[in-house]
Design a protein around this ligand. Structure first.
Ligand code: BGC
Length: 515
């Protein structure tokens, strides 16, 4: 920095400027950084039906899944956290934390309860929600697929095993066309309020928990298939082409640039980006399994959506044909309609995954993930996820190479007692701040989640909220957790400071390496 010298009284020739030592690296987050929370429609809204007399039932694949008793304690989800009616109050809570953005979903099952039958009252409802977000000073980011679909798309019952997400699959499949139609139906109205779209949420969570894991009453998701490789690959293909079709539709139909930056519709995907670690760093199978998982989970979709290169047998090549491998729904190769459909990258980070490599033949060439064998050097959340803020920094560096702006679309801790959430938050934001200091282009952070909600296979037992919800009370009241104070203080400082570190980082997590 150059400063002017006060040299009026000097008789000698006075230089107009002088070099000053550069200031210490400015700590903190950019001035225009986005601070928010994320939630998903069905987790926060449940099956709540605003008007049971309108002839539209609110039913989705997850409604059916819970009715079948496939979630812990056979819980169902009548109203989630009550967000459907409490959204304005929740936005006020978020604004009170200092948030300036919020991530939420438009629920396909509500908007199109039957094929080509539109519930316009639900479209109007979401428009009201988006308007209320703006009124509270929160610019919304919108997701169109956070795993929940109408039953005419995926109905996971024995009597009606309909599942168009998995098959047929390909660029113009039924699922792709129908998903595009849903997005087109709401795009113009939503577009008035939104520039940032995290079109899909975590494809690989559904690919693995829906098509590989198997079972009902375990950790599985609908449709609960076991090692269904063709279903997994079909789902991957449909999600890729569905993302691209939705992105092209949004770029065409959303013409309102709400923040005046020249872009009315910016396409992204909220991807689960775990750092993959070999369970045993000296075991070759584990090392190659971790590398393979890294490609599958973290990078294969990036190759498709940045360059158009599709790899459905996950061998890091794009050359296998459906004739070569009967599990492939389409030939691999370059699909130009996919290329360039990411304007930014959405990164969901929860922790590292410890990978055990099995002999390649055991499940069609896919490595298995060992989730039972915890890394004893790491603490774990109540949900069993290993906690490792350092891994967050690693993943951020790994994604910086794509040169896309990054938004942290989710990061949070299952912590029913809110014992460790504040520390988790401050440690992870410290890593984020350091990554930004290293030059990683991160534009925003969405904590998962503002309130407790329905945690998929774990139902109401798992709590991720900065605000606690009393699910026993039909009014679903919210109580502020201590971790909300930590988040608010970070946002106020727009930095992780030494004071915040010493206030919130304890010597160790309560679970201390063991569950
Ligand atoms: C999902 C959320 C979920 C969170 C915590 C993410 O993978 O997108 O819906 O609640 O993890 O498990």
């Amino acid at each position: 920095m150059r400063v002017l010298l006060p040299c009026l009284f000097l008789l000698v020739a006075c230089p107009s400027t002088v070099e000053e030592p550069p200031p210490a690296e400015a700590p903190g987050f950019p001035d225009d950084f986005l601070w928010g929370t994320a939630s998903a429609a069905w987790q926060a809204e449940g099956d709540y039906d605003p008007d049971p007399s309108d002839g539209f039932a609110v039913r989705s694949n997850w409604t059916v899944w819970t009715e079948r008793g496939c979630v812990i304690d056979a819980q169902t989800n009548p109203a989630g956290a009550g967000f459907y009616t409490k959204y304005a109050d929740d936005f006020a809570l978020a604004a009170g934390l200092g948030n300036n953005t919020v991530r939420l979903t438009i629920d396909w099952a509500r908007v199109e309860p039957e094929n080509d039958v539109w519930n316009e009252a639900e479209v109007a409802h979401y428009v009201e929600v988006l308007q209320a977000a703006h009124d509270a000073g929160l610019t919304p980011m919108v997701t169109f697929w956070h795993w929940v679909m109408p039953t005419w798309v995926q109905n996971p019952t024995e009597v009606d095993p309909l599942d168009t997400l998995a098959a047929p699959a390909g660029p113009d499949s039924f699922w792709v066309q129908e998903f595009e139609e849903f997005v087109r139906h709401v795009a113009a109205e939503v577009g008035e309020y939104v520039d940032l779209y995290s079109i899909l949420n975590e494809p690989f969570s559904v690919i693995s928990a829906g098509y590989l894991l198997g079972g009902c009453g375990s950790e599985a998701f609908p449709p609960g298939r076991t090692l269904d490789l063709r279903g997994a690959r079909g789902t991957a293909a449909n999600l890729l082409f569905g993302h691209a079709a939705a992105c092209h539709a949004l770029r065409e139909l959303d013409v309102t640039d709400i923040d005046g930056d020249g872009s009315a519709a910016l396409c992204g995907m909220a991807a689960t980006n775990n750092v993959m670690r070999p369970a045993d760093a000296y075991n070759d199978d584990d090392v190659s399994g971790a590398a393979k998982m890294d490609w599958i989970y973290n990078h294969s979709f990036m190759a498709a959506l940045m360059d158009g290169d599709v790899d459905l047998d996950f061998d890091q090549a794009f050359t296998t044909t459906a004739a070569d491998n009967p599990d492939l729904p389409i030939d691999e190769g370059r699909y130009p309609q996919l290329a360039g459909t990411l304007d930014w990258h959405g990164l969901n980070y929860y922790g590292p995954i410890s990978v055990v490599g099995l002999p390649a033949s055991s499940i069609g060439g896919l490595p298995s993930i060992d989730v039972a064998d915890y890394d004893p050097s790491l603490p774990h959340s109540s949900l069993g996820f290993a906690i490792d803020a350092g891994g967050f920094g690693e993943v951020l560096d790994a994604f910086a190479v794509y040169g896309l702006p990054i938004y942290i679309t989710e990061n949070g801790l299952g912590d029913p007692e809110d014992a460790d959430r504040a520390m988790f938050l401050v440690e992870h934001l410290d890593q984020l701040q350091a990554a930004i200091g290293r030059g990683v282009d991160v534009r925003g952070y969405y904590h998962w989640s503002l309130t407790d909600n329905f945690e998929w296979a774990h139902g109401f037992h798992q709590r991720f909220g900065l605000y606690r919800v009393d699910f026993e009370d039909p009014a679903l009241p919210r109580t502020r957790n201590g971790s909300a104070d930590a988040y608010q203080q970070v946002i106020e400082a727009n930095a992780i400071t030494d004071d915040l570190r010493s206030a919130w980082i304890k010597e160790r997590y309560s679970s201390d390496g063991r569950l």
